[in-house]
Design a protein. Structure first.
Length: 264
């Protein structure tokens, strides 16, 4: 999935794929409903377009104009390799880059901004080397991000980013120790934290926008409605941090204890 900064009107989409993993068909689905539904839970998705990639040069490409309203998330369903290659016995598929253009909601009551590039994700030239190893191992590609630092932490709040980095260092230690089952479980927790961090950052941005656009009194009232959701996400994050006895958790608890003592 791709997370947009704000709701948008999608007008054009482009996908590029190269190598033996090049996909033939990509289905684009856009999230519907309110921005809060998109941030707080599983949004409802509607089909927007089906892109059929065609050969060009050494890769495949599809670029299509469309019209679709999106509340903040874009889901790509990648199907069918463009060619049946002996080096891809599991018929796995991947994309090299994704670009999307349209009109972003300015969230200030003035309608839509001018047309712009809404998002662009480039998985880089290292994709082929990584995916070749994964195919040799028979590992599904969607289990392992291709560029964790630049892609996984996009839109995640700073606190959750720090926790994720600590857990990923521990994950590396587990892998080096041959504890692959524990490493996989930890990877799933990191993915959960990534989603929580994006939701948390989105809610905080929404709260700040309310304060800026509605004045202090009304802004505080409307921002206060988001506090239960923010507190719930922070509690889930703290629970995961405590489960692995992280330094991040110790720092948070020490800070809270210090604040509590200072008020006595």
């Amino acid at each position: 999935r791709l997370q947009l900064q704000r709701p948008a009107e999608i007008r054009e989409f482009e996908v590029i794929a190269r190598g033996e993993l090049a996909a033939r068909v990509v289905e684009v689905q856009l999230s519907q409903g309110s921005r809060e539904e998109c941030l707080l839970g599983e949004p409802r998705f509607e089909h927007a377009a089906t892109l059929e990639l065609v050969r060009y040069g050494t890769g495949c490409r599809a670029r299509q104009r469309l019209f679709g309203l999106c509340s903040g998330q874009v889901k790509l369903i990648i199907r069918e390799p463009s060619v049946v290659a002996p080096g891809n016995p599991f018929h796995q598929v991947a994309l090299t880059s994704v670009s999307m253009w349209g009109y972003e909601d300015n969230s200030q009551g003035r309608g839509l901004d001018s047309r712009k590039l809404l998002t662009e994700v480039d998985f880089g030239d290292s994709q082929e080397e990584v995916t070749k190893v994964l195919m040799d191992l028979g590992t599904p590609l969607d289990l392992i991000p291709l560029d964790e630092d630049s892609e996984q932490l996009v839109g995640v709040d700073a606190g959750t980013q720090a926790l994720i980095r600590e857990l990923k260092r521990r994950q590396d230690q587990l892998i080096h120790s041959g504890k692959f089952g524990e490493a996989q479980q930890l990877a799933e927790r990191v993915q959960q934290l990534t989603l929580l961090g994006r939701e948390l950052q989105g809610l905080r941005n929404r709260s700040a926008n309310l304060l800026a656009s509605h004045g202090r009194r009304r802004g505080l009232e409307e921002a206060g409605l988001l506090e239960p959701a923010i507190a719930s996400i922070e509690a889930k994050r703290l629970e995961i941090a405590a489960l692995y006895d992280t330094d991040w958790w110790l720092d948070v608890m020490s800070s809270r204890f210090g604040v509590a003592e200072s008020t006595l």
